[in-house]
Design a protein around this ligand. Structure first.
Ligand SMILES: Cc1ncc(COP(=O)(O)O)c(C=O)c1O
Length: 406
């Protein structure tokens, strides 16, 4: 099946729930839309009226944004100002999704034109665009589980994958959906493998700013510097304002790293035609320049997670994510039945975990998992956590489930 004909996870969920009338108002936690307060100071920088749209975006606006992003990267990852060049090592994106989707075609255009097969490795379960980006170019797909990444670091072996076959590898940290964050050792192993086997390592770090203080996720570029890969050889990191600043509608992100790869991306994007409008450019510059609103958002997530922990902490299957805003929970029963029950009785929508899986093996392994995006209002968290708790108890008592969550 062509990837565009495959139902997106949220559309699949709509089908699953279509015949059900929920007993209460709907609280949708199936989509990763942050739902945090908009920052007025940032909004004030966005040009209003339509004048800004009467021209193609000026190069100077884009240059200013690139400089701001460079400054942000240096501050966030303790890099020297001279260690990253705004012009040649950063490219703006209309959101990280766009960057992820075009990555195989932008980086392997030449091989694809020559009919050479490429292989794309990706996290499984994971964000569906990795798989679609690979399928779009007819690439071979190689699934890597989070457990395999952990194994890589623990014994230092690289035997679980045929690394030599891989041309491009996506990793996601903080991970959607599991919430795991790669350690500096894990990054180091992956960077070394990318160098040894000459594949491109692409880190999707769009959740990098959602974490519980003082723990700060380590990033790929920082790890490169740590091990002396000063030119970020074979490495690219993708960031976005969607989660960090709660601005998914702005469609703004960037990719940074290896100069030769950024050049291919810039070249491809010139033709691809997805440049940011002046409104996006100005708004993005303001958002990357301000950390206060990000800290406020983090505190809001923290408060919400505290309530979830209070209600669900007794379950051994419940774990606080190390980063990002998802709870990845083994509910101990078929996740589709669980989602239907939760929606019908409590109006709460969450996503069956296997909707995010790629391989049949992982689809089976995560069949009892749901992904809960903690994007409800603070005042709704108790209601949601209670609903999840009652639903787990319902299935546990009706013996539909195994005993490990109760
Ligand atoms: C892991 C991951 N990567 C990328 C994206 C895309 O984000 P955006 O295109 O809004 O930057 C998402 C959105 O949910 C995501 O979960």
């Amino acid at each position: 099946m062509h990837f565009a004909e495959r139902l997106y996870p949220q559309a699949k969920l709509e089908n699953l729930l279509s015949a059900i009338s929920p007993a209460r108002n709907v609280i949708d936690l199936s989509v990763g839309e942050p739902n945090v307060p908009l920052n007025q100071q940032i909004l004030s920088h966005i040009p209003d009226g339509f004048e800004a749209l009467a021209r193609y975006p000026k190069a100077s606006l884009q240059q200013a944004l690139l400089n701001t992003i460079r400054d942000w990267l240096c501050k966030r990852y303790s890099l020297d100002e001279s260690s990253i060049d705004a012009q040649s090592q950063i490219a703006v994106l209309a959101g990280s999704r766009e960057g992820i989707f075009m990555m195989p075609i932008a980086l392997f255009n030449r091989e694809l034109q020559q009919g050479l097969p490429i292989t794309v490795a990706m996290p499984d379960p994971g964000y569906p665009i990795y798989q679609a980006s690979a399928e779009n170019v007819g690439a071979n797909i190689y699934c890597i589980t989070q457990a395999q990444i952990a194994q890589l670091t623990l014994n230092g072996s690289d035997t679980f994958a045929n690394w030599a076959d891989i041309d491009l590898m996506f990793v996601c940290s903080p991970n959607n959906p599991t919430g795991e964050v790669l350690t500096i050792q894990q990054w180091t192993c992956l960077i070394a493998l990318a160098k040894k086997h000459q594949f491109v390592l692409v880190a999707d770090e769009c959740y990098s700013e959602i974490y519980a203080e003082p723990f700060k996720p380590v990033g790929l570029l920082e790890a490169c510097k740590h091990i002396g890969n000063d030119s970020f050889e074979n490495c690219l990191a993708i960031h976005s304002l969607s989660k960090r600043s709660g601005l998914p509608g702005l469609r703004s992100g960037f990719v940074a790293g290896d100069t030769k790869l950024i050049k291919l991306i810039q070249g491809y994007r010139n033709y691809h035609g997805v440049s940011l409008s002046p409104i996006q450019l100005k708004g993005s510059e303001a958002a990357w320049s301000d950390e206060q609103h990000v800290a406020i958002n983090r505190a809001i997530y923290q408060e919400k997670f505290d309530v979830f922990t209070e209600f669900l902490g007794e379950y051994s299957a419940y774990e606080l994510p190390q980063g990002g805003f998802y709870i990845w929970l083994d509910v101990g029963c078929d996740s589709e039945k669980f989602c239907q029950h939760l929606y019908q009785h409590y109006g709460v929508k969450v996503l069956p975990g296997h909707y995010l899986a790629v391989s049949d093996e992982v689809k089976h392994a995560v069949r009892q998992y749901v992904r809960v995006a903690v994007v409800c209002h603070k005042g709704e968290v108790e209601q949601v956590a209670t609903a999840i708790k009652k639903s787990i108890a319902f299935f546990s008592h009706s013996n539909v489930v195994g005993d490990h969550v109760a």
